[in-house]
Design a protein around this ligand. Structure first.
Ligand code: NAD
Length: 367
């Protein structure tokens, strides 16, 4: 049989550079990495999402054998101080030293928590991301942002800690609930809108994408490439201008407000981002940065993937505006938005008139 050739992408960050493997059937490749760690006498453990462990037990066994594994409950509440303590105790009980490596298999929740535990244990040990949701494959596993939530807000504690490698096995998407797949598609569409017109046009021409679509692997790679280039240019999100990491927040100022006001969990993050992108596009039109006429395409694209383009139930304007003001993206009291000059060309705009933001909210069902 011909041997499979896996062509990785690379994130160039000097001594923190790493490779991203996006393929089907990667358990054997992960196993080889595990064996090479064993050969060099390095210890390793696995942190895995509980639901993944139930639905993809063969994958985990094929990739990691019977190595020590901690399963973490599914859901955002796992990104907590309490669960961080649990993970750190597990790393200590597993007698990991500074040469050890943690494999983190799951969605963004497991990745963010596990990555942060690796960043803080013994002041930082290696970790390898094994993203298993579409969102984690195209976004959260690449770029080194790790962290947990506090009751005061999301992602308030964390560290930049780049993984040593990312293994995205596209086959794992088969067990992902369709609503979670759709939420990941919102981030895919976002990459097109913010900086990759060719990707956006390809998506417009495609049928509805699913976990089994032949082109899904290619599309994930393309998104990872986009994210890698953005991260290489602005590893620690210090550049708020064109091309910096802040660009990845297209639609997010609106989305975070929707999530907070509707009650966390009412909308999946990707669903809120879908509505947020519609808002960002309309705001860009109202500011006369973007020519009129792109809205219908975006709505068709989102709708086709089962994503909302308006609120499912009305929300009041005032709490949404208040939530926007307490968002991390407010700088010096001014609201900042990622706006589009064209499809695939975006930038950060400051001092946006509040009246235009209010008008934008009203177009998606705000009372
Ligand atoms: P998630 O980790 O909660 O996973 C979503 C659901 O899918 C969970 O119920 C999980 O159990 C299940 N699941 C995971 N893989 C599965 C599989 N293969 N088959 C069946 N079920 C599976 O959510 P997510 O959307 O992956 O990530 C959201 C988190 O990512 C948020 O906490 C967000 O803050 C974070 N995030 C981080 C970054 C970053 O740069 N670090 C970027 C974007 C989002």
């Amino acid at each position: 049989m011909q041997e499979k050739v896996v062509q990785p992408l690379r994130v160039e960050l000097g001594e923190r550079s790493y490779e991203i493997f996006v393929e089907r059937n990667l358990s054997g490749d992960i196993r080889r990495m595990v064996e090479s760690l064993c050969e060099s006498n390095r210890r390793f453990v696995v942190l895995a999402d509980e639901q993944l462990a139930t639905l993809q037990s063969t994958f985990l066994t094929d990739a990691f054998g019977d190595c020590p594994r901690l399963e973490l409950p599914s859901g955002e509440t796992t990104k907590s101080l309490e669960k961080l303590g649990l993970v750190l105790d597990f790393l200590a009980d597993s007698k990991l030293d500074r040469s050890a490596c943690v494999f983190v298999a799951g969605g963004g929740v497991t990745g963010d928590l596990g990555g942060f535990a690796a960043a803080s244990f013994l002041r930082g040990i290696d970790f390898i991301q094994v993203p298993t949701t579409l969102l984690a494959m195209v976004d959260s596993s690449v770029g080194g942002k790790t962290g947990i939530n506090l009751s005061a807000g999301k992602n308030l504690v964390g560290a930049f800690h780049q993984p040593r490698a990312v293994f995205a096995d596209v086959d794992l998407l088969a067990s992902l609930p369709p609503r979670e797949f759709a939420a990941g598609m919102a981030e895919v569409i976002k990459y097109g809108l913010l900086g990759d017109r060719e990707l956006y046009e390809r998506l417009l021409k495609s049928e509805t994408l699913t976990a089994t679509s032949p082109e899904i692997g290619d599309i994930i790679k393309r998104c990872c490439q986009n994210k890698a280039r953005i991260v290489e240019g602005d590893e620690r999100e210090t550049d708020s201008g064109v091309g910096g990491r802040a660009m990845l927040n297209l639609g997010h100022t609106f989305a975070h407000a929707i999530e907070a006001v509707a009650g966390f969990g009412e909308y999946l993050h990707g669903e809120a981002v879908a509505i947020g992108m519609v808002c960002a596009l309309r705001l860009s039109e109202k500011l006369k940065f973007l020519a009129l006429g792109h809205g219908p395409d975006l709505e068709v694209l989102l709708g086709r993937q089962g994503l909302p383009t308006v609120l499912r139930a009305p929300l009041a304007l005032k709490p949404l505006l208040n939530a926007m003001h307490s968002d991390k993206k407010v700088k010096g009291g001014m609201l900042r938005f990622v706006v589009m000059d064209a499809v695939g060309v975006s930038r950060v705009a400051e001092d946006v008139p509040l009246s235009l933001v209010e008008d934008t909210w009203r177009t998606i069902g705000v009372s």
